[in-house]
Design a protein around this ligand. Structure first.
Ligand SMILES: [Zn+2]
Length: 262
């Protein structure tokens, strides 16, 4: 029985009819794979599977996803982002896929997970697509035991995030970092060198408004605050209030990052 593979017109145009037909016939389809979206195992013999082609400037990588997670598509990336995406697709052993991935945070003795919230944030009268990152526990500097300290903000400032004292100022761009979106779902925050700094266990749904704004501005504001500084906020205006309060307490850093993918 041929595998249940979806190959979109875009993917077919990139890989060519011959390769597309080979895939559909099962000659070069994977026996099983880790879904590029939710990262759980998939099997094209058992369930509908989408081909996802990541295209960089020099290389392209064909990956697979549950059709129920994302449709077959081409995702354009800068070359270093592609290398990072490839590592995150093929990298971690599936059972141990870290939520905080990889340096500088995964050496923390307490297994903190980065919580990521998306929202449209009002800055200077304009709504900007934003992500707010807050760990679930204090972050210790790699190689230290941590004690009672929380090195989350200092570590991020060393990476180039800037302290924010007023949410009404646009954060500066952070060279080499980007936010990876595919078909309207958030997959990862990639740091310089294309390594995933944060990787979604399951791609995060964003609102249509967020996606539209991000595709328009091609830039996402990434705010980060230590555990407990922001909390879960049910509305975007409350999220902004919480950012404002964290900023006033000196507990907010941010950077502007280009959008990769759509
Ligand atoms: Zn999946």
């Amino acid at each position: 029985m041929p595998p249940m593979l979806d190959v979109s017109e875009d993917v077919r145009a990139e890989i060519g009819d011959e390769e597309a037909d080979r895939l559909l016939a099962g000659d070069s389809a994977p026996g099983s794979y880790d879904c590029t979206s939710c990262r759980t195992p998939g099997d094209p013999e058992q369930e509908r599977t989408s081909t996802v082609l990541f295209v960089g400037e020099e290389t392209a990588v064909l990956a697979f996803a549950h059709a129920s997670c994302i449709p077959s598509q081409v995702v354009q990336l800068a070359e270093d982002q592609l290398q990072g995406a490839v590592r995150s697709i093929t990298g971690a052993p599936r059972a141990a896929a870290p939520a905080v991935d990889p340096a500088p945070l995964d050496a923390a003795p307490n297994q903190a997970v980065l919580g990521v919230t998306s929202g449209l944030i009002l800055v200077n009268g304009d709504l900007h697509p934003a992500l707010v990152v807050e760990p679930t526990a204090p972050i210790a500097r790699p190689g230290t035991t941590g004690g009672d300290g929380d090195d989350f903000l200092p570590l991020l400032m060393e990476q180039g995030f800037a302290p924010i004292h007023d949410v009404n100022g646009l954060p500066a761009p952070l060279q080499g970092w980007s936010v990876l979106l595919a078909m309207g779902k958030l997959h990862a925050i990639l740091q310089a060198g294309g390594v995933a700094w944060w990787q979604a266990h399951q791609a995060l749904q964003v609102t249509e408004g967020w996606r539209t704004a991000a595709n328009k501005s091609k830039t996402v504001l990434v705010f980060a605050a230590p555990v407990g500084a922001i909390g879960q906020q049910p509305r975007e205006d409350l999220l902004r209030d919480a950012l404002e309060k964290a900023a006033a307490r000196g507990l907010l850093v941010a950077a502007a990052m280009p959008l990769a993918g759509t």
